[in-house]
Design a protein around this ligand. Sequence first.
Ligand code: 9G3
Length: 569
Amino acid sequence: MKFSQIYAPTLRETPAEAEVVSHQLMLRAGMIRKAAGGIYTYLPLAWRVLKKIEHIVREEMDAQGGQELLMPIVQPAEMWQESGRWAVYGDEMFRLTDRHDRNFCLGPTHEEMITTLVRSDVRSYRQLPILLYQIQNKYRDEIRPRFGLMRGREFIMKDLYSFDKDEDGLNISYKKMYDAYTNVFSRCKLKFRPVEADSGAIGGSGSHEFMVLAESGEAEIVYCTSCDYAANVEKAELLPLDEISTGEKLPLTQVHTPNCKSIADVAKLLHIDKQQTIKSIAFETDQGPVLALVRGDHEVNEIKVLNKLNLINITMASEKSIIDDYQSVPGFIGPCGLPKKIKIIADVNVMKMINAAAGANIADYHLQNVNPGRDFAADIIADIRLIQENDPCPHCAMPVKKARGIEVGQVFKLFTKYSSALKATYLDENGKEKPMVMGCYGIGVSRTMAAAIEQNYDEHGIIWPVPIAPYQVVVIPVNSKDTNQVQLAELVCRQLNLHGIDSVWDDRNERAGVKFKDADLIGYPLKITIGPKSISEQTVEVKERKTGQIHFFSTSDYLENIIELLQKL
Ligand code: 9G3
């Protein structure tokens, strides 16, 4: 392939609107262009990468018995009403009406559609298990689409759904997909980690996320330094800590703490450690006001609060709510003497504190010698704190470390959430009607492309892993006026392609520097330079994009050497 024939309009400057590296580099490398906020055209180079990722995904899904189908993007409202989710996802759903005023949405996901399909065709346990998948555009009207392909409003997802007779079957399907995902991201040559995840609003218990490790990742994960435990921080459970205070419970006293609105201020004024204070965080939820308590040196994990209380939504309480609902004062909120309607959820470690300091619900005052149980009652006591670096691993108690990642895949056990709601049942061996036991499994295909860049780039551009590179090799004649060089470049490129190595040669009438710059920007794993010595000494220079390492191969055996190099890269 000639470079001049590829529609890859590279840019010299970094577009100002691009906040993250993958977005900047895909725009600069002529891979994507914006059509609307969070909606992009994939130009030929990006489309090649996507097709390579999809190919790997298809092979791994098929290897586990997955069957590919294609469902409509446009979905009728009825099936979403039946599952109860039409009302749950407000503005995030792209909604439309047809000429008869019938309601539809652009598919944000396909649990409803697939469950409706399978329920009408599957009757007997003999037809199970079934694993169906598709690779297709999905639509979510994010409030603030950003980070290029990392959080688009239209994106490519592979979604697979498993239907089993029972939980044992689900566990087998889940394991198949977990293994398939491990293979997919390994084959893409990405550094990744499967982590325990919160299964969230979707319900059910088991879930893992596949995280591509990258500094720029939105997700925070923890992993154990000793065992193989790894989890999203949202999910990470915690062992209760040792009691930190002992001694006699002293009488409650009120202290004047002017301008002390933070835990640090209060601890300093009272000459105590942060861990002797109680941090009170006020929330507004669909079940009314909820006050969450953690030790002063800890943070609240909102997801845990949401799950422990079975909430649908949770937000920080407004100042107005703190005054009106909590009858308190922003900055001085505490658990003692609150109105009855305030639900208190306390972290397990709070309940073990003795003579703690907490807000007094009066401007410029705190309470000292607060003793949980004696001075306030918690409605719920649970593990609600956020894991921190060096906290004990919930499996082996050794210290955990933190890392950042980009979620590129997630596997969920759905159990019967959708099959019950949508009545997808089968007849078991005894002729008894039972709901199918489901799982769902997603890979963000377009996000995987972006994540690969977030993990693999330098100041000159992208550094593609070989298996997903748009082309593995670029061949550059140094002097575009030298017909010998030009002809050799074309020949080398042709030979590589004949041997299954996707290659381009840069046929443009440009200075060598321009061609080298574009090559680095686009990120081909190997660059072959054809210069004067290639003609006089019959050697080609091969440079590895990742390490900068240079090899000289004879024109007689360069092919074998390049095949070998690409395999080890
Ligand atoms: C919606 C909207 C947004 C959504 C959903 C539904 C996320 C929704 C969760 C999933 C779970 C799995 C199949 C593949 C694996 C992941 N955002 N989720 O259900 F209506 Cl607007 O999509 N789906």
